[in-house]
Design a protein around this ligand. Sequence first.
Ligand code: DP6
Length: 321
Amino acid sequence: MTTATAIACSNIALAKYWGKSPRGRNLTAVPSLSLTLSGLRTRTTVSVDATLSEDRVELGGSVASGRARERVVGLLDELRTLSRSRRFASVASHNDFPTASGLASSASGFAALALAAQAAFGLSLSRAEVSALARRGSASAARSLFPGFVELLAEAESAEPVAPGEQLDVEMLVAVTTLGPKETGSTDGMRHTQATSPYYPAWVTAAPVLFAEAKQALLARDLERLGAAMEHSTLLMHASMMAARPALIYLRDSTLRVMECVRQLRAAGSAAFFTMDAGPHVKVLVERANSARVSAALAAIPGVERVLASAPGPGAFLVEE
Ligand code: DP6
């Protein structure tokens, strides 16, 4: 039996990915730019075991079935092909943040799985190869292989680092809002948007322009300009979802209250900028010096259950058991 364990942190897209390329293989239709966090981690252990007659997948302490299991098995299948192995594996994955809260876990989850599984199958793939493997599981996961600010270009096989976390003196605050009914997952949500939203083509045209603006601003250490592009990116993405039929509305009243609070804090002089993914929670990029003050203001908003603060963090890494 060969075992490997990896840890990966979540990443939050500043310029969003939403929609697949017609070329398939889970390639993305638009470029994205993200920040890897130091918190919201997944720890995954993979053991390749000659005594198993099928893969065994355990997520957060429960045996996985259905689509969640299939996605993991799909990645293990690729590694069996690459390593010319017929062995099955047991996978155990834990998040250090509550998944029931609806916080995205596929990015850190597939990054940790890809890194641990290739090691357990005896391969020593390059970072780019592991990123490409993670991408085929979940595109946003490709970015969690790298630290700090990371890009995944449209139709790119793997993500690439753009700048270290120290490029800007920032933190990401995650305002966890009260949950409504279970959300539509990203994969289904983007397929539905792509198929039915008249605004989807406009999103695909606008997203690369915003990505370029965000990247330029980041490289110039211009937080104001990065924040402006970041807010526009999330609002355009959500506009394309809302124009789907039936509409895909992830934002809740508490989400809008947090956005309003961020705008007020900004008007009063704090550099703070919001972004939302396929859920009601709001991630707020803040200058580190303002982080505690902004966090306290967000925590006081009705419907905000808690605020998690995270500095820029490392790319996924293997750990000794
Ligand atoms: C809104 O990477 O979860 O978080 O590739 O189908 O697994 P799949 O989708 P996923 O989508 C993430 C979408 C997003 C924006 C982003 O992270 O860029």
